[in-house]
Design a protein around this ligand. Structure first.
Ligand code: SF4
Length: 201
């Protein structure tokens, strides 16, 4: 079966998934966008309001900001495969319009979809965007993105080692990042660009 068909099968499973309570409030499952044959995979946290409405990851104001950062760094998001740890927007029933960070129990129920995506795409580099992706995929609860961004490290996913790096999440860049952190992100994307072009041979 082709990579595309395998990914489509997982996407269909996600679209029917009721493994956690988030399915009750979602408008769309947000599975991925970008290139199925990408060498570099970007993993964010979870869909927000705009992603839930459109079904596309990294859209809305933060997504546009991310596109701008990529452009400034000489990169094009169409060259990447983009997805999230959770496929449905995390909100609470009492506050259905307020985004929140994923709960561990939701991650536990959803993460196998991401593992399958990684196994099928077999990326040469995984870019972890934000603390939730970093903590979840490294398995280190106290790891801090501000300490490890800019570094390249090994990620062990179900016994297979992938090269990875971490960047600040676009929503963080939009709302909280200092000027220094914005510069650091441009520098980090510059390093990713060098890897990207070296992979193109
Ligand atoms: S977040 Fe994941 S586990 Fe929960 S309903 Fe959506 S696809 Fe299923």
């Amino acid at each position: 079966m082709s990579i595309q068909n395998r990914l489509n099968n997982i996407k269909k499973t996600c679209e029917n998934c009721q493994n956690c309570a988030l399915f009750e409030r979602r408008n769309n499952v947000v599975f991925s966008n970008g290139k199925d044959s990408a060498d570099i995979m970007i993993v964010g946290e979870a869909p927000g309001k705009n992603e839930d409405l459109t079904g596309e990851p990294f859209c809305g104001v933060a997504g546009q900001l991310f596109n701008d950062y990529l452009k400034k760094s000489g990169l094009n998001r169409d060259e990447f495969y983009i997805t999230n740890i959770l496929k449905c927007r995390p909100t609470d029933i009492e506050r259905p319009n307020k985004d929140r960070v994923p709960k561990q129990e939701e991650i536990n129920k959803c993460i196998h979809f991401l593992y399958e995506q990684i196994e099928i795409i077999n990326p040469k580099l995984i870019v972890l965007a934000g603390g939730t992706a970093l903590k979840t995929l490294t398995g280190k609860k106290s790891i801090q993105i501000s300490k490890v961004r800019g570094q390249f490290f090994d990620l062990n996913i179900n016994g297979k080692i992938y090269k990875a790096t971490a960047i600040f999440h676009p929503s963080y860049l939009r709302q909280y990042a200092t000027e220094v952190q914005k510069e650091q992100t441009l520098s980090d994307l510059g390093n990713i660009k060098r890897i990207y072009f070296s992979l193109q041979g």
